[in-house]
Design a protein around this ligand. Structure first.
Ligand code: NAD
Length: 433
């Protein structure tokens, strides 16, 4: 099938590449000339396991092309997918300016009947706005579909190639059949294509992210209670995860959720609920609990060390989670800004987020390529991101390098008893017992 993808960011790039991989003829268009130039040279703007090889292979085979010519992309696709950004506005509502600009481009360049797909995460009613925007600019036939994306960064290619489910919102047979054809290769093992109305599809994405964010905030509050009453959140987690009604996923206590999705999507859900005349107490509490949690690492370091002025703090991990170089809304940011404001020297390591960190912090933070360099002379080590390479480090070496063996393990990677036996002052999240 001829497919156009508007937006070559995280979702657009993964979508375009994975659609090309199953034989579609895909043009991916982005306004950002530098990004497109780099993509043409197989230089990816993001770190995502497995993606670079697929981009290279599909470009070489001619199934995947990158362009800044949005008009040509729209004319190319029988299916045109909108995958541009939807950041949040000042008040928390989703900013739809990129989506509506894409809709205007589509309306101006529609040259035959097409299916127009909103893949960006958008509030209920946006696909209707997109439809109206296009309709006002063309007499050609077109059919709307909502197709929210559920991929997770760090596992995006796998999630796209083998989705748990594909959600499609449609109101006509043409859009339904096009989406069934497009996704058939990815659902051969029997995972479902869930067809529903457009409003329900749009809301499903927010419901999914809000549910996952709720589980995280819930466990973070249980963790705080564990610390106060002398219980261990890891044991409590296992105790509830084995209940089939609850299940094991997304129950890890940590430094708060970040990334480009959960924070903005929970805010947008709050905003949508308010506009709809409802009082979204639960969603607001999830968000408030997360804001509180994002200060937990700084609070722990500060209360253990007292004055931070002139002390050195090593930070392991800067990305908002493992498997990505994305630092958007990472809990590392409030931690590091807080440490710097208190006069501490910060030496940080991350296997992939160095470039993003350099952009954000400039020379205010020392970035090192070797995690052990981050602990040399340090008065504390703080673990922010759960990278695999941090799981079993040489503790004896770390202990020998540190000026004071204080470890704040924001991901509960290490065993508290073993750490204390090894001579560390160890603090995890919720490890009260
Ligand atoms: P992003 O900011 O990484 O990428 C957006 C891209 O769109 C940018 O490269 C930008 O230059 C381009 N763009 C902006 N306006 C354009 C236009 N008019 N025409 C063509 N290109 C244009 O965003 P992202 O992380 O890929 O997210 C895209 C959407 O998908 C958002 O709504 C997001 O909420 C949603 N989503 C993201 C994820 C994720 O893990 N990042 C997962 C699921 C859904």
């Amino acid at each position: 099938m001829r497919v156009a993808v508007l937006g070559g960011g995280y979702v657009g790039l993964v979508t375009a590449t994975c659609l090309a991989e199953t034989g579609n003829d895909v043009v991916c268009a982005d306004l950002d000339e530098a990004k497109v130039e780099r993509l043409r040279a197989n230089a990816l703007p993001i770190y995502e396991p497995g993606l670079d090889a697929l981009v290279r292979e599909n470009q070489a085979q001619g199934r995947l092309r990158f362009t800044t010519d949005l008009a040509a992309a729209v004319e190319h696709g029988k299916v045109v997918i909108i995958a541009v950004g939807t950041p949040h506005e000042q008040g928390g509502a989703a900013d739809l300016s990129q989506v509506l600009a894409a809709a205007r481009t589509i309306g101006d360049h529609l040259n035959e009947a097409k299916v127009i797909v909103t893949k960006s995460t958008v509030p209920v009613g946006t696909s209707e706005q997109v439809r109206a925007e296009i309709r006002s600019r063309t007499d050609h036939l077109f059919f709307m579909a909502s197709n929210p994306e559920f991929l997770k960064q760090g596992g995006a290619v796998d999630d796209f190639m083998k989705p748990d489910r594909v959600v499609v919102g449609v109101d006509c047979v043409e859009a339904r059949e096009a989406m069934e054809e497009l996704y058939a290769p990815y659902l051969r093992t029997g995972n479902p294509l869930l067809v529903m109305d457009i409003a329900s599809a749009e809301l499903t994405k927010y419901a999914a992210n809000a549910m996952l964010a709720t589980r995280i905030s819930f466990m973070n509050q249980i963790a705080e209670l564990c610390e106060r009453v002398g219980a261990d959140v890891e044991l409590v987690r296992r105790g509830i995860a084995t209940d089939r009604r609850i299940g094991p996923a997304f129950l890890f206590a940590g430094p708060g959720y970040g990334g480009s999705c959960f924070p903005k999507d929970v805010k947008a859900l709050v905003s949508s609920a308010r506009v709809a005349g409802m009082d979204p107490v639960l969603f607001e509490a999830v968000e408030a609990a997360n804001e509180h949690q994002k200060t937990v690492l700084l609070r722990k370091v500060a209360s253990a060390l007292g004055r931070l002025d002139g002390l050195t703090v090593g930070v392991w991990g800067l990305a908002f989670k493992a498997g990505t170089d994305d630092m958007r809304e990472s809990p590392a940011i409030p931690l590091i800004e807080g440490l710097l404001a208190e006069g501490a020297l910060v030496v940080a390591h991350d296997p992939h987020a160095g470039a993003q960190a350099r952009q954000r912090f400039g020379s205010r933070v020392s970035l090192v390529d070797d995690p052990y360099c981050a602990v040399r002379g340090a008065h504390a080590l703080v673990v922010v991101t759960e990278w695999l390479q941090y799981r079993t480090p040489d503790f004896e070496r770390i202990h020998g390098l540190m000026a004071r063996p204080l470890v704040v393990d924001g991901r509960n990677l290490w065993d508290p008893a073993r750490m204390r036996r090894a001579g560390f002052e160890y603090q995890g999240i919720g490890r009260g017992a």
